[in-house]
Write a protein that binds this ligand. Structure first.
Ligand code: ACO
Length: 696
């Protein structure tokens, strides 16, 4: 396997971090242990650390220390170079890189991208380092401010330098290309670059290029007076609010920052109101110049408005402040997960990632890491976008997860609930939903209600459900959402962040029913342990399964594990291994194991077996030396719900493992339950698995 890739741009401000983040994201879907290395850094983060290193370590949870991720600061580099000590520089870079190479499966090397005085030698330094490390390079070409012809010529001249220095080039990625230039540039690349070279073109995206209020605050050295929680607001434009109010309002565009003297209470209040008004665009924030704080009555008024517009005070005058605002550059930092998601999404959407990965990585990994699992799930869900209904629109976490899912273009959504309440929550949370891909329905006044009610009545009249009862049931989100899935108006449902498991899954059990050939609905959790993903079943549905039900759970769980790329080796858990123990509970598991063997001779299964013998190779070998499953089980079936539910929670709490699920299995169409303590990420993951189930 190729052990590393070097990403370099031939000039500054190419937006290279979009490419390194995108690359890290796709590489982690394929390779177990990756390091990030930046030979030379400029310490520019809030705590004076390199922001790219911090973002990589934090966001992707890389197993590296900050200090291992770089060799020199820019100041050190200049010093050693001025002392003509280039040999020491290169030797140190090589030895720090080798340390990472020895302890990791792959290293993503991020080249220098400096401005001003260093720009002239940066690219040649990158080439020199790549050459000394003997690793191939991906070239990032800057698109903004250039014609397609300029970009192509720049790439060709850079390629000549690489050729002269014998540094292999794998791909060229043009970034920040004006949308109108994307097609012509594709044509020019196809005509003038060699066919073996992979090329991709990422269009200019204002959301990525615009700074957020957080970067503005740092850039102007401001003090936050209001709106601390809304510093991720993007700033696309700025104006000076020195004119009369009516003129100021006419200058507002989407995401405008207003720089105004601190005593202009009229402008401050009007901008907060404009942000709330349907007739004006969104206001990014206010910077109050001149060291003037708003008057007391204005402060009192703003406090009562609970504004989502950050208001920042600076000591500098308006002119100087505006110059500082203009100089602020967009950066990606660890807390700005929205921008990180946008970056990885823009990269993936515009790059042939399969071919790129094939070029970079030449051998297949063994097993599946949690990161690979999660990456592959999201990628798979995006392949054929499904429509998922979320009945609990009154829960903020659902709205936050919905925004994330839509932003990453994973699914289409229907959110159930009162429209005005949902809109008010979105406003309060400062969340924007991609409206093209989401519908909000209130079951109570939906035109679908009469038909859904009649259908429920038909399906359940034998169970003593009359029309009035059906009408009442159908006003409930879980019933309405499940009926959408039954009718094919949605492909799957995810609920349970507010309601109990019973409330969520009962409608599905009542009329979505089980798949042909399956008589038991059960569930699995995908337990993302530190180094692998294993499957736990059933931890959520059947309190006291019979042997027949346990066999059903085992077979369904094995099929679920295959569906998600995990090779099933089934352990039927008990307090005894092999023939050592006796007792009713052990016999139940023994019978279930026999049933699995008889019904699915193709599936490797062992039981009864204890947990340690199932997962620990040494104990497995000692207790069941001839077993093909002992010591390497990937699907663990618990004898009852008490054991299963508490074990998954214990593993989750004690090891920090991510538990994805419960995913219901055996139903005709996918419906999944959330835990009431779920996080936004849990909801995101559950929607992703539901979408994948719907694809199958
Ligand atoms: N498989 C297939 N069908 C089922 C199943 C099943 N496992 N369970 C019930 N059904 C069917 C019944 O046959 C019945 O069909 P019918 O009405 O057409 O005759 C229908 O579903 C309703 O059956 P009930 O017996 O009324 O089921 P009930 O709603 O009482 O309970 C439930 C079903 C919710 C699954 C119950 O077994 C339960 O409460 N399980 C535990 C849930 C729980 O609390 N889990 C732990 C928390 S989850 C967590 O921690 C993530």
């Amino acid at each position: 396997m190729s052990k590393a890739i070097y990403v370099a741009s031939s000039e500054s401000n190419s937006g290279k971090s979009v490419i390194t983040l995108g690359l890290m994201n796709i590489l982690l879907g394929k390779i177990r242990k990756i390091a990030y290395f930046k030979p030379v850094i400029r310490e520019n983060g809030g705590n004076n650390k390199d922001i790219n290193i911090e973002t990589m370590i934090d966001h992707f949870g890389l197993d590296v220390t900050y200090n291992d991720c770089y060799a020199f600061t820019y100041a050190e580099l200049l010093k050693f170079r001025s002392e003509d000590n280039n040999a020491y520089v290169i030797d140190t870079i090589i030895s720090k890189y080798k340390k990472l190479e020895d302890t990791h499966d792959f290293v993503l090397v991020d080249g220098m991208d400096f401005e001003g005085e260093g720009a002239s030698f940066e690219f040649s330094s990158n080439v020199e380092i790549a050459k000394n490390l003997s690793i191939p390079l991906i070239l990032v070409a800057k698109g903004d401010g250039y014609t397609p012809d300029d970009v192509t010529r720049n790439v060709l001249s850079t390629m000549q330098i690489l050729k002269d220095k014998e540094v292999p080039l794998l791909a060229v990625i043009a970034n920040k290309v004006d949308q109108l230039n994307v097609e012509p540039l594709h044509v020019l690349f196809a005509q003038r670059l060699p066919p073996y070279l992979l090329t991709s073109i990422i269009p200019y995206a204002s959301e990525l290029s615009s700074p957020t209020m957080k970067e503005i605050v740092e850039g102007v050295d401001g003090k936050i007076l209001f709106g601390q929680n809304y510093l991720s607001n993007p700033v696309d434009h700025f104006i000076v609010g020195a004119m009369q109010l009516r003129n100021c309002l006419t200058h507002l565009e989407e995401n405008t920052l207003i720089v105004t003297p601190g005593d202009r209470g009229d402008i401050i209040i009007a901008m907060i109101q404009a942000n709330l008004s349907k007739n004006y665009p969104k206001v990014a924030g206010l910077v109050l110049s001149g060291g003037l704080a708003p008057d007391e009555p204005i402060i009192k008024l703003v406090e009562g408005l609970e504004t989502v517009v950050p208001i920042v005070q600076v000591q500098t005058g308006t002119f100087e402040t505006v110059n500082k605002v203009a100089a602020v550059k967009s950066r990606i930092y660890p807390e700005n997960t929205l921008k990180i998601d946008l970056a990885t999404n823009a990269f993936e959407k515009n790059t042939d990632t399969l071919s790129l990965i094939d070029k970079i990585v030449t051998s297949q990994p063994e097993g599946i890491t949690p990161r690979m699992f999660q990456y592959q799930m999201v990628k798979r869900a995006k392949l054929h976008k499904k429509h998922i209904v979320l009945p609990e629109g009154s829960d903020d976490r659902i709205l936050e997860a919905a925004a994330k899912l839509l932003k990453q273009e994973v699914v289409r959504l229907t959110i159930l609930g009162k429209k005005e309440e949902i809109e008010a929550s979105l406003q309060r949370l400062n969340i924007e939903l991609d409206r093209k891909n989401v519908t909000i329905i209130n079951p109570v006044d939906s035109p679908l209600l009469p038909d859904y009610t009649a259908t429920l009545y038909e399906l359940r009249k034998e169970k003593n459900v009359n029309m009035d009862m059906a009408a009442d049931f159908m006003k409930d989100g879980a019933y309405f959402g499940t009926m959408m899935v039954y009718k094919g108006d949605a492909d799957g449902m995810v609920s349970g962040s507010i309601n109990t498991t019973q409330h969520t899954i009962r409608p599905a059990l009542q009329f979505i029913k089980t798949k042909p050939g399956v008589s038991t609905v059960s569930s699995v959790f995908f337990m993302c342990l530190e180094d692998r993903v294993i499957v736990f079943g059933d931890c959520a549905v059947i309190p006291k399964p019979t042997s027949e039900q346990l066999a059903d759970i085992a077979i369904s769980s094995a099929e679920s594990s295959i569906m998600f790329g995990i090779e099933p080796k089934i352990a039927m858990l008990s307090y005894s291994s092999g023939s050592s123990g006796q007792g009713e509970e052990v016999e139940k598991v023994r019978r279930a194991t026999e049933l699995v063997k008889a019904r699915r001779p193709d599936l490797p299964v062992e039981g009864p077996i204890q947990y340690d013998a199932a997962v620990d190779p040494a104990v497995g070998k000692q207790k069941l030396p001839n077993s093909k499953v002992a010591g390497q089980a990937s699907v663990l079936i618990f004898p009852d719900l008490n054991t299963g539910n508490n074990t998954y929670k214990a593993v989750q709490r004690e090891t920090g493992a991510v538990a994805i699920g419960p995913m219901l299995q055996g139903l005709n169409k996918p419906v999944n339950d959330l835990s009431r303590g779920c996080t936004v990420d849990d909801i995101f993951n559950t929607v992703v698995i539901t979408a994948i189930q719907a694809q199958s």
